[in-house]
Design a protein around this ligand. Sequence first.
Ligand code: SF4
Length: 431
Amino acid sequence: MPTTPLPILMPQIPGQRWSCHSCGRCCYDLVGHLSAEERARIDRQDWRGELGIEPYVRLGRSTVLNKHDDGACVFLDRATNLCRIHARFGEQAKPLACRIYPFTVRPVPQGWRVALRFDCPSAAGSQGEGLAKHRPFLGELVGALPHLAWREDVPRLTGTHRLSEIQTQRLTERLLRMLNARDEPLTWVLRRAAEVAATLAEARLDRVGVGRFDELTDLLFSANPDRLPAPPGADRAKAGVTRGARAMLRQLVYAFSAHATIHELRAGFFRRFGLRFRHLRDAGRFRRGRGEVPATHGLPPGVAFDRVDAVKAADDPGEAERIEDLVRRYLTERVASRSVFGAGYYDWPVVDGLLALWASAAAWGFLARHRAAAQGRAAITYDDAFESLRIVDRSATRSPALGTRTERMRLRYLARSGALPGLVEAYALVT
Ligand code: SF4
């Protein structure tokens, strides 16, 4: 019996566009997981002797496309910057992970929830066609997906209580209105959003209950900011961000920027032991924040922590305007695609997901300052914000380090101490 295709739920992001411009970056960044059928198809394509290395390898319980030492996909043709499978057998012969990028999809009761990854430069730069143009292609792709069990698309409020679909919609609409209030300075909006999240974190939502959550958020979102109930410690945040809070932010930055290559993850015991040792050493350096920022796969060497903190937010009006547009589009995407709490974000409850989102804006500000300092600039430029978003978005929702209990506790501490709004302001991308 024919079945009706499920709706494709595209995130509504004002002004957002995308088309592939064949820059080849995803062929370095993406870890391409293969199904058994895709593996068999690659075997049938018979690449023996052409690639120099195996076409795919085991990674834990998965099979993934193999990579060269510099991170390039085994199928990337460096002469043309194009995929060899695509060139020889056509687009449809490529693994699904490559075909669908930079979109991701997850099945929810209402259809296929689509998210757009901003680690693709064309997505971050909003270049190409409007997103609605890609709906038929995505519909075709999801039609070919194996049956996947849908997951609840509404987040937990706290404990086991979930918001209803209507409540989740109302919450995301409020957040989107806040993010897109263009008459208000962006840094002010983000600081205020962090204050609301910190206040919710203190609200003992387990006692407030799901039923009164709307009432509480109505009150907080519509409150005169000067009358917002101040979280404990807010005076300290006003007076400046404490050293402890900065140390926690640096640890978050490390969680965003440190990642292991598939070769490191597949290495033998001694190499993995060395990797673990390096990880602990670098994490300690980020916590202390003295001397040079340790180089990671995302951060170049040779930049001292105090030089990062000395870099100012973008002050050139033209640069600041472009950065504002980028920040608003990115955060809008995260909220509109519901990649910010619940099944879209490590299955975290509402408040923890919101704390993580606003903290990621501060981490992004740190990373942009690092890039500016590495290139000898005193203030952030659009390119600094653009390139450092690649680090943030590559990890958010994907890095296991960001979904740990320790991370949640750290965010809760930043909220409880009143430091989060101060950090969002201190590491703002624009003045
Ligand atoms: S990173 Fe984006 S623009 Fe570049 S090749 Fe991949 S999908 Fe295309």
